[in-house]
Design a binder for this molecule. Structure first.
Ligand code: FES
Length: 125
């Protein structure tokens, strides 16, 4: 039921873990199932220099988390803010309709991490 891209990112998730010193942190829970995604970003020169995630969730949640980190690594904060849940799902060649709610975690957690970075007033030194 999953595309080969979803299976690839689920079996070999990219950018899993935590950063030594995160500049922004986002965490969202999925109200439908209770799964959680945690994302950390390192910002340099207005770009996402590094990004890591930890997701306690289903295969679709892990694959979308992994894909969102790949999509925005090296991008400016403004570009990263344009990434939507739908775009992440499309980058994975789609998700089964009953799994679309799982894709909500990825971009939402990313956007939260960016907002957290702005609220804190910039990067850690
Ligand atoms: Fe919870 Fe997919 S079932 S995120």
């Amino acid at each position: 039921m999953y595309t080969s891209k979803v299976m690839d990112h689920f079996m070999n998730p990219r950018n899993v873990g935590e950063l030594e010193q995160a500049d922004g942190i986002g965490e969202v829970g999925n109200p439908v199932c209770g799964d959680i995604m945690h994302i950390e970003i390192k910002v340099n020169d207005n770009k996402i220099e590094d990004i890591k995630f930890k997701t306690f969730g289903c295969a679709a949640a892990i694959a979308t988390s992994s894909m969102v980190t790949e999509l925005v690594k090296g991008k400016t904060l403004e570009e990263a803010e344009q990434v939507t849940n739908r775009l992440v799902a499309e980058a994975l060649d789609g998700l089964p309709p009953q799994k679309m709610h799982c894709s909500n975690l990825a971009a939402d957690a990313l956007h939260q991490a960016i907002q957290n970075y702005y609220r804190k007033g910039g990067a850690n030194e």
